[in-house]
Write a protein of this length. Structure first.
Length: 125
């Protein structure tokens, strides 16, 4: 009976090691992102601007969650700026951008105020 308890204890210890690694954000068991600067994570809630993409119609929707004066919307295709808008947005303002009109490629949408990047979204079509 004692060997059986030892076997169960060892088996349980082996199964607990992978679960600890899954608790870290990068799943590399280091517990931090300092060595992974290239991995960008967007916040779950942005207090200023939210960018979403509708796959059905190829439209990006930029929603302003607060009032922002001199908001710049920049659209890049394969690293080249293809669209620029400057506006004074109030809370609730929604700006649709039809990306399917530009064809295919790697698109990046940025919303800035002066030199501050408020939101960014990247997609490949």
């Amino acid at each position: 009976m004692e060997k059986r308890n030892l076997l169960i204890l060892l088996l349980g210890g082996v199964m607990m090691v992978p679960t600890m690694c899954m608790a870290y954000p990068d799943r590399d068991c280091t517990g931090g992102d300092d060595e992974h600067i290239d991995v960008h994570r967007s916040p779950k809630h942005n207090p200023y601007v939210y960018i979403s993409y509708n796959e059905c119609n190829g439209t990006t929707l930029i929603t302003f969650n607060s009032t922002i004066d001199n908001a710049e919307i920049l659209v890049y295709q394969n690293g080249v700026e293809i669209d620029y808008q400057l506006l004074d947005a109030t809370a609730g303002t929604q700006i649709p951008i039809d990306l399917s009109a530009y064809g295919t490629g790697e698109f990046t949408i940025q919303v800035k105020r002066y030199s501050t990047l408020l939101a960014t979204y990247s997609i490949t079509l």
